[in-house]
Ligand binder design. Structure first.
Ligand code: HEC
Length: 199
């Protein structure tokens, strides 16, 4: 009797598995046939068009490729910083520990000492990263909410406060990649050979 029960159970399991496999196959078919992309069994999403891709394709490289039109100065950036950044990064860009907002200036020359202070001023090798990072990640509570002019302005403000550019120097797609950061030569390619020892 218990043997029979077992067999019935096995047959039932097998049937469930077959049904699941069939549903999976049908789902795949619908996925391929789905209108405009991920039709699939859920009917959500669409094929990524140029506008979708452009919205994600926002990286800016070391040479400044990807920087948009627009310009800004430290004076304009001062006002934006006070409204959008100061609460977390402090009135003097010294950081506000309770918020997690890091210091943005200072620490120059400390990197090889016992207490390295890593900031934009002391650590970052490229000025273009500042645009990229603020554009994609700041303000922390509302990333993506700043316009190019505002970002260029606040970048100019931080660089001027760090003593890297003059207070009246305009930042734009041409001038920003030419800014030389204090730690520009602190990074070098790691020329040790790759070792594949995870067999
Ligand atoms: C709500 C708090 C908050 C606000 C507002 C904010 N930040 Fe930040 N910021 C942070 C935090 C938290 C981090 C660290 C994020 C991390 O490490 O992932 C950070 C990191 C940064 C860094 C990188 C620092 C480093 O050395 O790694 C920069 C640059 C920066 N913020 C700029 C800005 C600018 C410019 C604004 C205004 C437009 C702004 N932030 C507004 C909280 C904030």
């Amino acid at each position: 009797m218990s043997q029979l029960r077992l067999n019935i159970g096995a047959v039932a399991l097998c049937a469930i598995w077959l049904m699941a496999a069939a549903a999976h196959a049908a789902g795949d078919e619908r996925m391929v046939a789905g209108e405009g992309g991920y039709g699939g069994p859920y009917g959500i999403g669409h094929t990524a068009g140029p506008a979708d891709i452009a919205a994600w394709n926002i990286d800016i490289d070391a040479k400044g490729n990807g920087l948009p039109q627009g310009a800004g100065t430290a004076t304009q950036g001062d006002a934006i910083y006070r409204m959008r950044c100061q609460v977390c990064h402090g009135a003097d860009l010294e950081g506000v520990k309770q918020t997690g907002g890091e210091p943005l200036v200072g620490g120059r020359g400390t990197l090889t000492g016992a207490n390295p202070v890593k900031t934009v001023e002391s650590y970052w090798p490229l000025a273009t990263t500042l645009y990229d990072y603020i554009n994609r990640a700041m303000p922390f509570d509302k990333p993506g909410s700043l316009q190019p002019e505002e970002i260029y302005s606040v970048v100019a403000f931080i660089l001027a406060k760090a003593g890297i550019i003059a207070a009246d120097q305009e930042m734009n797609a041409q001038s920003l990649p030419r800014v030389r950061m204090p730690n520009r030569d602190g990074f070098f390619p790691d020329d040790r050979p790759d070792v594949f020892d995870y067999n």
